[in-house]
Design a binder for this molecule. Structure first.
Ligand code: PDD
Length: 284
């Protein structure tokens, strides 16, 4: 079934949606994005994603072409028109398509940003728990990982390196410490403590991370925001990652070392339950 997608104010069948070859997202990866999950036909953490989008745009001096209310309306219409009960909404805003290729940013009064949204249908998303094996790879991404840009080539290569090594995903390591996963935030659990890297420009400030840590603290679990090594992860009681597309997902092997008995641990399992339950209550 062909999807209805959104491009610059229009709702179109996906085959009719067109972007200029001069679009700076295409030529320079000059764009930002958000992925919002849908459960029970409702948007999870929409506010958090809208706030982070605004911040990403500000950091790149890109004008925000769409208000939060309009953005919510577009998300909701796409979810309804495409009959999404469980799935994702992908949103991308680029600096638009000037008349020619030029490293200099176009004048924002002359070149409007490009806004694209589409849905991804993922039936069973809430029930899907796939224990994940990770390998470590060097983090050679740029230094502003807190901005959610569409420069995803290296994360994509990291995933391919993981597949080639018989694993599922890669944890990125810089100066001996894990930064994050290719498309998620990374955690270990040791002696009941949930350990995850503190926020900085080194990692994306995950919307799921913020919610999960808040729920963990509310449930009297101990959270320690500090960096950890791969050796620590291998010796941990549990490990997991969070993202809008996977929620809370167990990591059961790190660079070939099995964690615990190789099954999802109790802390991660509890956090996933709380996250799904609480987020659904506030879904819009
Ligand atoms: N990825 N770190 C990175 C590098 C990410 O790309 C993501 C999200 C996260 C988790 O952020 P959040 O909880 O807000 O989804 C952390 C999305 C899902 C993606 O690229 O598909």
């Amino acid at each position: 079934m062909s999807r209805i997608v959104y491009v610059n104010g229009e709702y179109l069948p996906e085959a009719d949606a067109k972007i200029s070859i001069f679009d700076r997202g295409f030529l320079f990866a000059d764009g930002v994005y958000e992925v919002t999950s849908v459960l029970d036909g409702k948007l999870i953490d929409f506010d958090g994603h809208a706030v982070r989008l605004e911040r990403s745009l500000n950091e790149l001096d890109m004008p925000n072409p769409i208000s939060k209310d309009d953005l919510l309306e577009v998300h909701r219409k796409l979810v309804a028109d495409n009959g999404i009960v469980e799935g994702l909404v992908y949103l991308q805003i680029t600096r638009g398509a000037p008349a020619d290729r030029d490293f200099v940013f176009p004048n924002p009064d002359e070149t409007r940003p490009t806004v694209v949204l589409f849905t991804q249908n993922k039936p069973g998303l809430a029930e899907t728990v796939n224990p994940v094996k990770v390998i470590s790879v060097e983090d050679i991404r740029w230094g502003r990982r807190d901005i959610k840009t569409v420069q995803l080539l290296y994360p994509s290569m990291g995933k391919m390196m993981a597949k080639a090594a018989g694993a599922d995903d890669a944890w990125l390591v810089e100066d001996g410490y894990v930064t994050e996963g290719t498309s998620n935030n990374a955690y270990i659990v040791k002696d009941g403590k949930i350990i995850t890297r503190a926020l900085s420009t080194d990692i994306l400030h995950g919307i799921t991370r913020a919610a999960v840590l808040r729920f963990a603290r509310e449930a009297q679990m101990e959270v320690v925001e500090r960096s950890f090594t791969i050796a620590e992860a291998q010796a941990a009681d549990e490990a997991f990652f969070t993202s809008a597309s996977a929620f809370v997902m167990p990591v059961v092997e790190v660079d070939g070392a099995q964690l615990g008995d190789g099954n999802p641990g109790p802390v991660m399992t509890r956090l996933r339950e709380i996250y799904l339950e609480e987020s659904l209550k506030k879904a819009v």
